[in-house]
Write a protein that binds this ligand. Structure first.
Ligand SMILES: O=C(O)CCC(=O)C(=O)O
Ligand SMILES: [Fe+2]
Length: 266
């Protein structure tokens, strides 16, 4: 995936620019920063966003060059989805929401919604930068979805905020970084907290990463699980959905955990 991503970003600009779109809902979007229509300050980042739902509908829109990009992303999306479902099952179990799946099929209908969930693959390229101290590859943000599986190449850059400090996430070959997103924070009524992260750039090496963002189906309402709410644990977040996030993204600059903040009740 890293290799084919690199070759996509090495294509001439005329080829890459065919996939530029101002439409946040487009099945393919090549661009820079987060949302180049609204961001006041651009990030030192190029991105190719590929929507994966449903694959048969979106595939014809994905880049036809490099020739192996489509099959590589299809294969990658299927495998990351399986890993995501395994992690989600463990998370639901940790929250006490999932009962033994072999014993009680109906109780676990909740997991089915995750199986039919949305998936976006984002290829990120952070070119080497002559003045890395003056910019960022990505400004601090949390991911909107449930979980993000992130693959990074060997170049450092990703940092997460931990106890008020920025901590570099060392790239480990062949491993994924798993980020908790806003939807999981909302769904768990705050028991899981979405992670604030950012990307630094450097003057020596271009950095490539591939993020696979997973959540409930696009049309679903994301809300705190009723099983986690009682008198002692009141609901802390308003309902949300993918459409309201996209409207938010299209209308203003997305900073820090601003979307999540807008969903908080307390
Ligand atoms: O490039 C990275 O390491 C992080 C990318 C990221 O945060 C994102 O795509 O949302
Ligand atoms: Fe992110």
């Amino acid at each position: 995936m890293i290799d084919v991503s690199k070759r996509f970003f090495d294509l001439p600009f005329e080829e890459r620019s065919k996939y530029m779109s101002t439409e946040m809902r487009s099945p393919v979007r090549y661009g820079t920063s987060f949302n180049q229509n609204k961001d006041e300050v651009f990030c030192w980042r190029d991105l190719l966003k590929l929507s994966c739902n449903p694959l048969s509908d979106v595939l014809p829109f994905w880049p036809s060059s490099p020739a192996d990009l489509r099959p590589a992303v299809v294969n990658y999306s299927k495998n990351t989805k399986l890993l995501y479902l395994m992690l989600t099952e463990a998370i639901l179990e940790s929250l006490g929401i999932l009962v033994d799946s072999k014993k009680n099929e109906n109780e676990n209908d909740g997991l089915r919604e995750f199986e039919n969930g949305s998936q976006l693959i984002v290829l990120n390229c952070y070119p080497k930068c002559p003045e890395p101290d003056l910019t960022l590859g990505m400004h601090p943000h949390s991911d909107y979805g449930f979980l993000t599986l992130l693959l990074q190449d060997e170049v450092e850059g990703l940092q997460i905020q931990h106890e008020g400090r920025w901590v570099t996430v060392e790239p480990l070959p062949g491993s994924f970084v798993v980020n908790v997103g806003d939807h999981l924070e909302i769904f768990s009524n705050g028991r899981y907290s979405s992670v604030l992260h950012r990307v630094l750039v450097n003057s020596a090496k271009t950095r490539i990463s591939v993020a696979s963002l997973h959540s409930l189906p696009f049309e679903s309402t994301v809300q705190p699980s009723p099983k986690l709410i009682d008198e002692a644990n009141p609901r802390r977040y308003k309902d949300t959905n993918f459409a309201s996030f996209l409207d938010y993204m299209s209308s203003r600059e997305h900073k820090k955990k601003s979307f999540l903040e807008s969903r908080k009740l307390t």
